[in-house]
Design a protein around this ligand. Structure first.
Ligand code: UN1
Length: 504
């Protein structure tokens, strides 16, 4: 493992200044923003004092924003895409510094923001409804999508800016103001993103005040806003525990929630699989982002005839994985976000061993120091025990074997979470069965690629404990709008539906 070289904090501050975030904002009292690279404190960010004002402003902004034609709203998002392109390197570097992602993944995250901007600009001219045949003569029926109102976006540390962009870009073109409560672990990337957005807003010229607000705060801030009836939609990304709490609060006031929660993603490897490809896919999806993606590969379900050979190849690959300062050339695995994540890694490995698991490789901590660096682990498990059922946000890959393909699919589905899944096979029968109604029960199902690294064009999200929400592409935009069924009578009669007679 390579040790951190230059103090991450100093670099953070340079970038913040370049991106236009004034020092007064990140050098006050409040939340400590630490770089996981070396534990240095990069800034202190004050909590947003008055959430009532935030909700009021968003409500006022809604009344103006919804009157702008959708393609005009799309113009703001187009400008945001331009600003993000101009700031890509700086913002990506800040993601590396604050979330610990390697350089390529930091850049990838900002690219994901740019991609959703492009998608949303196109969407702004494609908010299509339906026309419906009316049973009554001289009547037209149609279904129209209307702006919904302020959207609260609660995002997690692991995709500190892209998940905001998925939500915000769609919300803005749909006519909804956005309130963003980022993870308290990554306030600096949020401030920087807000500064980039502010430049787009200034160029746009007709955005109402309060159209896109940032709220710095902890759990209580998220809870208070989730309970606020002025906010019709709460889109939350994070742990299942957090999502359950948010969903209950929002449901109690009959609000709408869009949840993107934990995953426990599996890969089924069959005897016909191309093992060269499988090894590469496993490495990226199991150890990339240091195992801190909701789409991270956590369970490897291998046919018993190839298990030993595949594990041997993975063990060899894992032994030489470059772990270290994510800014370093060739480094593929940066730090865990904090010591609590390190403790969860240790605890899960201990529990796995107690439940009959055997650590094949990895599982150790790096040199002493404030950054939490670990060697990704592979653990052979006798069954999907309690630890395997649980999402530990760290690079631990559990390996299990099977003898019959139906058994493998049943194993893939036998966990509480339902985000992403995949099969490696050259058999069209197995591939299509996996994608069939009796195949994978997840929101995402792939063939011959890993479970992580989805493109923005598809709807992103999953079933069961993952929360059921869909964000990003396809028709995920409909969650951000209000559906209205409209009936227009252009005749001189007043016929009633279902043939009901009512003469007065
Ligand atoms: C997340 O980890 O919360 O599919 C999102 C992926 C990324 C998004 C992950 N595009 O891995």
């Amino acid at each position: 493992m390579t040790v951190p070289t230059a103090a991450a904090a100093a670099e953070c501050r340079d970038i913040l200044t370049r991106l236009g975030v004034p020092a007064s904002v990140w050098s006050s009292d409040g939340f400590e923003a630490r770089s996981p690279i070396d534990g240095s404190v990069a800034g202190r960010v004050a909590e947003t004092p008055d959430l009532d004002v935030v909700a009021d402003r968003a409500t006022a902004a809604f009344h103006q924003w919804k009157r702008l034609p959708a393609p005009r709203r799309g113009e703001l998002v187009r400008l945001l895409g331009e600003e993000l392109r101009a700031s890509k390197d700086d913002l990506a570097r800040l993601v590396t510094l604050e979330a610990g992602k390697i350089v390529s993944e930091g850049l990838g995250e900002v690219q994901e923001m740019i991609d959703i901007c492009d998608f949303a600009v196109g969407l702004s001219r494609q908010i299509y409804g339906l026309t419906i045949a009316s049973e009554r003569p001289g009547h037209h029926m149609r279904e129209t999508w209307q702006p919904l109102g302020p959207v609260l976006v609660i995002s997690a540390f692991n995709f500190p800016v892209a998940v905001w962009a998925w939500n915000a870009c769609l919300a803005l073109v749909c006519g909804d103001p956005v309130i963003w409560k980022p993870s308290e672990k990554t306030p600096l990337t949020a401030l920087a993103t807000q500064a980039v957005l502010d430049r787009a807003i200034a160029r746009f010229g007709e955005a109402p005040e309060g159209l896109a607000q940032l709220v710095i705060g902890g759990r209580e801030a998220g809870e208070a806003l989730a309970a606020d009836p002025r906010i019709p939609l709460v889109s939350a990304t994070g742990s299942t525990r957090m999502g359950r709490a948010v969903a209950q609060t929002v449901a109690a006031r009959l609000g709408r929630s869009l949840l993107e929660l934990g995953g426990n993603n599996a890969m089924i490897v069959t005897p016909s699989a191309d093992l060269d490809m499988a090894v590469r896919a496993i490495a990226f999806s199991a150890v990339g982002t240091c195992g801190q993606r909701c789409t991270t590969l956590r369970r490897l379900l291998v046919h018993e005839s190839i298990a030993d050979a595949l594990i041997a190849r993975l063990k060899a690959a894992y032994e030489t994985l470059p772990v270290g300062d994510p800014r370093g050339d060739g480094v593929l695995i940066g730090p865990l976000i904090d010591e609590a994540a390190g403790a969860a890694f240790d605890d899960a490995l201990m529990q796995a061993e107690a439940e009959g698991g055997e650590v094949v490789v990895g599982g150790t901590r790096g040199a002493e120091g404030p950054g939490v660096y670990v060697r990704p682990a592979i653990v052979r498990m006798p069954a999907q025990t309690a630890v395997v059922q649980h999402e530990t946000f760290a690079p631990i890959l559990y390996v299990l074997t099977w003898s019959d393909f139906d058994e493998a699919v049943a194993m893939q589905n036998a966990v509480p979470q339902g985000l992403s899944s995949c099969v490696f096979t050259d058999s069209v029968r197995e591939a299509e069965a996996f994608l069939s109604a009796w195949g994978s029960d997840c929101g995402i199902a792939n063939v011959n690629i890993g479970p992580s690294g989805a493109e923005i064009g598809g709807a992103f999200g999953g079933e069961k404990d993952t929360g059921g929400g869909r964000e990003s592409g396809s028709d995920a935009w409909k969650a951000y709008m209000r559906r209205q069924t409209q009936t227009v009578n252009f005749s001189r009669e007043l016929p009633l539906a279902q043939g009901v007679k009512f003469e007065v």
